[in-house]
Design a protein around this ligand. Structure first.
Ligand code: ARG
Length: 458
């Protein structure tokens, strides 16, 4: 059934119907559509536009539709253009005349704007919760690993020693910012477009503040043309989701490296790994690779919607229907990836001995050795040169700085004493770094305590 057949003398071409229809995907927000309609008719009755009897019949009918969709007795079928037409047609079929009054003072333009906002609002909360679950796992791993030494890298070259807690702490910060971005988007988008009509409001005395409050918005939007054509919040959400994916993708890239035979810092659990059909020895990090791979898909959705919107005149244009599949797919992708990624790191095994060994053999303590000389009166530039020579010597002998005998140290610079070994141990190197945000245990424990509080309060 069509909502707009009156002025037409011919049937729609079948290909046109299919091309135009959005029901195959906008059925995803059947519930939001029904709840929006209930709020709308509740307001229509309060304003004297519908009688109490009409309102009650409509609300009962809508609730029946909701129940029947949810228990599987009512199937959403493709002959309808979109979910809005489906619900309205079904309502009229169920309750007759009063059903025809549902759409009074409303357009599908403000209706779809409302449904999409209601839907994304819930999804923002769901993504926020998944991010929190991930951060709880990161927090646990941090708390358990403040003395798990490992190399910190720059240019993927071993640089200075850090701890596993510190490394994971970097991701904690990224995901904390991601959550705060979601919060901002929620606050900015949380205004109701309902009552904006097709573009120019309506002549009925609608109470937009009332419907906004019924639907838990912070208030109504302020310009009816903007209300039906604003997709900024989706672009912001796609951008925030792209950033979440980018963060997870970087993390995955590291896990893939760390899980390789060359690094062996971690081992992904069997339950989160896959095998090869030909190579019996293989255990592959497919999940991490897929999360990394799916990042491109979410970026694609962002660029698609930005491009769709860039040339649109005010107000509603059908181009905007394209927002749905992109956003739905991106949301489902992000949610799926977050859940799997969390499970993967929660079950991952760490090899602290391998990590510490890698830090020791990568001269990550060279800066500390230079600092040792500085503390013994050698100017930093000279100290840098001296340690450089010692590093070269160690490379030739295939040993680490702490394996080089004291007389070799003293041959190059007499300022070295027995305490050099303590000064360049991984423990000392990390322990001395206690400025805010550094890996030293004192500094790290303060951050971990603050993170604990953050997780409790947010
Ligand atoms: N399915 C449409 C969309 O998603 C609903 C709005 C239709 N409005 C219209 N004037 N054709 O954008």
């Amino acid at each position: 059934m069509k909502l707009w057949g009156g002025r037409f003398t011919k049937e729609t071409n079948e290909l046109v119907h299919n091309f135009n229809a959005s029901i195959s995907y906008d059925q995803k927000f059947y519930k939001q559509d029904i709840l929006g309609s209930i709020a709308h008719v509740t307001m229509l009755e309060k304003q004297g536009i519908l009688t109490t009897g009409e309102k009650e019949a409509i609300v009962d009918g809508l609730q029946g539709i909701l129940t029947d969709i949810e228990n599987g007795t009512l199937e959403i079928t493709g002959e309808h253009e979109d979910i809005h037409s489906f619900v309205e047609a079904n309502l009229i079929e169920r309750i007759g005349e009063p059903g025809k009054k549902l759409h009074t003072g409303r357009s599908r333009n403000d209706q779809v704007a409302l449904d999409m906002k209601l839907y994304t609002r819930d999804e923002i909360v769901a993504i926020n919760d998944l991010l929190k679950e991930l951060m709880v796992v990161i927090h646990r791993i941090m708390s358990e690993n403040t003395e798990t030494f490992m190399p910190g890298f720059t240019h993927l070259q071993k640089a200075q020693p850090v701890t596993l807690a510190h490394h994971f702490g970097a991701y904690f910060e990224m995901f904390r910012r991601d959550r705060s971005r979601l919060r901002d988007i929620y606050d900015r988008m949380n205004y109701s477009p309902l009552g904006s009509g097709a573009l120019a409001g309506t002549t009925y005395p609608l109470d937009r503040k009332y419907t906004a409050s019924l639907l838990k918005f912070d208030g109504p939007t302020f310009n009816s043309m903007d209300s039906v054509s604003d997709r900024d919040y989706l672009i912001e959400l796609l951008s925030a989701m792209s950033t979440i994916m980018m963060h997870m993708s970087r993390f995955c890239e590291e896990i893939i490296l760390w899980n390789s035979n060359e690094y062996r810092f971690v081992e992904i659990d069997d339950s989160y790994s896959t095998g090869s059909s030909i190579m019996p020895q293989k255990k592959n990090p497919d999940i991490a690779e897929l999360v990394r791979g799916k990042t491109g898909r979410v970026y694609g959705a962002l660029i698609s919607l930005l491009t769709t919107m860039k040339g649109l005149p005010l107000a509603y244009n059908k181009d905007m229907q394209e927002d749905k599949e992109l956003t739905f797919d991106a949301i489902d992708t992000v949610k799926g990836c977050l859940a799997l990624f969390t499970g993967m790191i929660d079950t991952m095994k760490f090899h602290p001995d391998v990590m510490a060994d890698s830090a020791r053999h990568g001269f990550t303590n060279a800066t500390d050795a230079a600092d040792y000389l500085v503390n013994h009166g050698v100017p930093f530039r000279d100290a840098h040169g001296i340690i450089g020579q010692l590093v070269l010597l160690c490379i030739e002998r295939k040993i680490s700085l702490d394996e080089l005998p004291l007389d070799e140290y003293q041959k190059i610079c007499p300022a070295f004493e027995e305490d050099i070994y303590d000064a360049i141990s991984m423990k000392t190197c990390v322990e001395k770094r206690n400025t805010i945000g550094a890996p030293g245990q004192t500094a790290m424990n303060e951050i971990i305590a603050a993170n604990e509080k953050y997780l409790k309060e947010s």
